[in-house]
Ligand binder design. Structure first.
Ligand SMILES: NC(=O)c1ccc[n+]([C@@H]2O[C@H](COP(=O)([O-])OP(=O)(O)OC[C@H]3O[C@@H](n4cnc5c(N)ncnc54)[C@H](OP(=O)(O)O)[C@@H]3O)[C@@H](O)[C@H]2O)c1
Length: 386
């Protein structure tokens, strides 16, 4: 029987690549729901090809426009807004939800999907950052899986697949360093939006690409990995590996290091999450190690990229602090993309927001949403009053 699947964020970079994988296995998956947000032109094409029963867009206006663009012929239901995202994520008939929405917007649909016993393939690291403890606990109680799509936690999952977790000495998370790692601190002050978006190895959405440039992406992954694998952050180390072929590593108590390597192709980790625990043949490009000149690893510069420190601080303070880190970061990244602040001002905004927050420990989902809202207001104020 085909697995019934919903893709949240199907019009984004991960969403499109997920559909490419699914298209290769028509006997394995039936697409029941697709959510886009503003890009209804692409969503219409996806609907015409995959014929889902339900789709979700940002608002009622876009829902009506999409229905009209589909010539009112399709009997597809089109929902909108956060309520629509939740409705499609908890449908009785589905068993897998791929979450590929950027930012905290993915939190409530993911949480509700877990509560309704759906399996999750999660790309949206922000969701794990703000509420990883709650999500993993609820998934365990309900006997469902939350599996990573992100290449680094996917690499760790693959290294740990046949191993005992209590024999792990440390996790070694690799970071490409992003597009501007080698610039001097003074050159970072004037880096342009175009340069910050010009990632050397991966083609991704804008928000995650800027996070790669500030190294906040790696900081968010430290928190993501802590919750995915229940590993304390003092056992999670970051190394700069500009070639990005080693997607991450696990070191065991006997000194052995297992690594997962592969091409720069997110479809590999997407496929791994969709078929877990099985490994399935594909014809994607193979990594030819004889053509790789060198693989280098070095310690990250925490002073030049303070977002890394802030992420470790936020998770160590715990409770609602990671939600504040994440909310302030989303606002600051947006302000940088709108030419309001410079790249090095992003960590300053985040730090000043965190300074004013007293974290609430053992937070509920609603505490997390409150902290996120507060952080956004504070960070917005700081962005306009720098
Ligand atoms: N791209 C990668 O290679 C990569 C790798 C690892 C992890 N990730 C993670 O995967 C997630 C998605 O990244 P991406 O690069 O695919 O992002 P993206 O290309 O910007 O796509 C984002 C998707 O979410 C939709 N969306 C935007 N705002 C929304 C909102 N408020 N509510 C609901 N849907 C919304 C967008 O719809 P419209 O475009 O129709 O407006 C689009 O479908 C991020 O958390 C990122 O960190 C990405």
């Amino acid at each position: 029987m085909r697995r019934k699947i919903v893709i949240l964020g199907s019009t984004g970079s991960i969403g499109k690549q997920t559909l490419e994988v699914i298209q290769k296995y028509p006997n394995e998956f039936e697409v029941i729901g697709l959510s886009g947000w503003e890009n209804i032109t692409l969503l219409k094409e996806q609907i015409n090809f995959f014929k889902p029963k339900i789709s979700v867009v940002k608002n009622e206006y876009l829902a009506k426009k999409l229905k009209k663009d589909l010539n009112n012929l399709s009997d597809i239901k089109i929902f909108w807004g956060i309520d629509g995202l939740i409705k499609v994520s908890v449908l009785d008939e589905i068993d897998l939800v791929v979450v590929a929405i950027t930012g905290i917007a993915a939190l409530l649909p993911t949480y509700e999907a877990v509560i309704h016993r759906k399996n999750i393939a999660l790309a949206s690291k922000e969701t794990m950052v703000v509420a990883g403890e709650i999500l993993m606990k609820e998934a365990k109680i309900r006997n469902t899986n939350i599996l990573p799509i992100d290449s680094e936690p996917s690499a760790i999952l693959q290294c740990l697949k046949n191993e005992q977790k209590d024999l792990v000495e440390k996790i070694i998370l690799t970071a490409s360093g992003g597009p501007i790692y080698s610039l001097t601190e003074s050159a970072l002050k004037t880096v342009s939006i175009e340069d910050a978006l010009n990632h050397p190895n991966w083609k991704m959405g804008k928000k995650v690409t800027i996070d790669s440039a500030t190294l906040m992406n790696k900081g968010l992954e430290v928190i993501e990995v802590k919750w995915f694998f229940d590993i304390p952050t003092n056992k999670i180390e970051i190394v700069i590996h500009p070639q990005s072929y080693v997607h991450s590593m696990v070191q065991f108590i006997d000194g052995t290091i297992l690594a997962q390597l592969g091409e720069h192709d997110m479809k590999i980790s997407i496929q791994f999450a969709l078929f877990y625990p099985n490994r399935i043949y594909n014809n994607f490009n193979r990594l030819d190690l004889t053509k790789v000149n060198q693989l280098t690893f070095k310690k990250p510069n925490f002073n030049k990229f303070p977002c890394l420190k802030l992420a470790y601080q936020a998770i160590d303070l715990g409770g609602t602090m990671p939600a504040v880190l994440n909310g302030a970061n989303e606002i600051a990244v947006n302000a940088f993309l709108n030419n309001q602040i410079s790249l090095p001002e992003i960590p300053i905004i985040i730090q000043n927001t965190m300074k004013n927050h007293k974290p609430k420990l053992n937070p509920s989902i609603s505490d997390i949403l409150d902290a996120d809202y507060w952080a956004r207001q504070r960070a917005l104020y700081l962005c306009t009053n720098q």
